[in-house]
Design a protein around this ligand. Structure first.
Ligand code: DGL
Length: 274
């Protein structure tokens, strides 16, 4: 018999905290362990192979901590590593454990928000290049037109606390202009990177009022609640003491200084090597 363990929540850095926050709101009774691979972030502009190897290292780390379920709360890792881990690695290293991402749950609902059937996805270069959003969305909403725009400067702006500065104005305006050039009838903008909710207020300043702005935290939390209900064999392996632990592969002090911005409350993390 396996002992119960926390639910693992992973991101390349801080962004996944925006998702964890919503998950804890929705399902406060479970234990969570968060890992930010800050030492190797950002992932957004790295190759498929690199993102896959980094993500797999982290998934193995979660398994060593006793997790039976790991959420990749990072679009880049979900886009570039999740499928290979699910199909090739899990059957060999941990057939009873599960790794889930954030793209599929988002793709399952995003079409419901659009009247014009034109959706804009803002994401990292890696997520855009993977074509994961257009492919996944097509499975659930075949008639939906998906326009994508890579915003390579947004993660560095957010990670450096520059999300409310004139530098942010410049890049937010530029990328929004580009995506509306690609799809003039877009009426839904999806923040397809877990860092971007920090830029929400800035984005709203430049977004036509009729356009809905969607971030993933609540969608992923809802989907996880649903998953746990449908999978009692995994749910029964998740411990329930309402505890959240935070780990980073870089400096814990730096992590704590920035993390509260994403998590909405103070965070006390521990450094870990993988
Ligand atoms: N938070 C990651 C995502 O959702 C991107 C950050 C990075 O580039 O490392 O895609």
């Amino acid at each position: 018999m396996t002992t119960k363990g926390p639910i693992g929540v992973f991101d390349s850095g801080y962004g996944g905290l925006t998702v964890l926050k919503e998950i804890v709101n929705k399902l406060p009774e479970y234990d969570y362990i968060y890992l930010g691979d800050n030492a190797r972030a950002p992932y957004g502009n790295r190759s498929f192979d690199t993102v896959y190897h980094y993500t797999l290292d982290c998934v193995k780390w979660f398994f060593k901590q006793g997790c039976s379920l790991v959420i990749l709360a990072c679009n880049t890792a979900s886009a570039k590593a999740l499928r290979t881990i699910q199909q090739n690695d899990l059957p060999i290293i941990a057939p009873d454990k599960r790794v889930l991402g954030v793209i599929r749950p988002t793709a399952e609902v995003i079409g419901n928000f659009s009247e014009t059937k034109n959706v804009g996805v803002l994401a990292t270069e890696g997520t855009v290049a993977s074509e994961s959003y257009p492919m996944e969305i097509a499975k659930f909403f075949p008639g939906l037109i998906v326009h994508q725009e890579a915003c390579p400067m947004w993660v560095p702006l957010v990670e450096n606390g520059e999300f409310d500065t004139h530098g942010a104005d410049y890049f937010v305006k530029k990328n929004l202009h580009n995506i509306f050039e690609k799809g003039k009838s877009i009426d839904v903008i999806l923040l397809g990177c877990t860092h971007y909710p920090l830029l929400k207020e800035k984005i709203k300043e430049y977004l036509p009022v009729a356009v809905k702005l969607i971030s993933q935290g609540e969608i992923v939390a809802e989907s996880l609640a649903n998953y746990l209900q449908r999978h009692p064999e995994i749910e029964s392996q998740c411990s329930k003491n309402g505890i959240q632990q935070f780990y980073t592969t870089d400096s814990a002090e730096d992590f704590d200084n920035r993390a509260s911005m994403f998590y909405g409350q103070p965070v006390k993390s521990v450094h870990t090597g993988l």
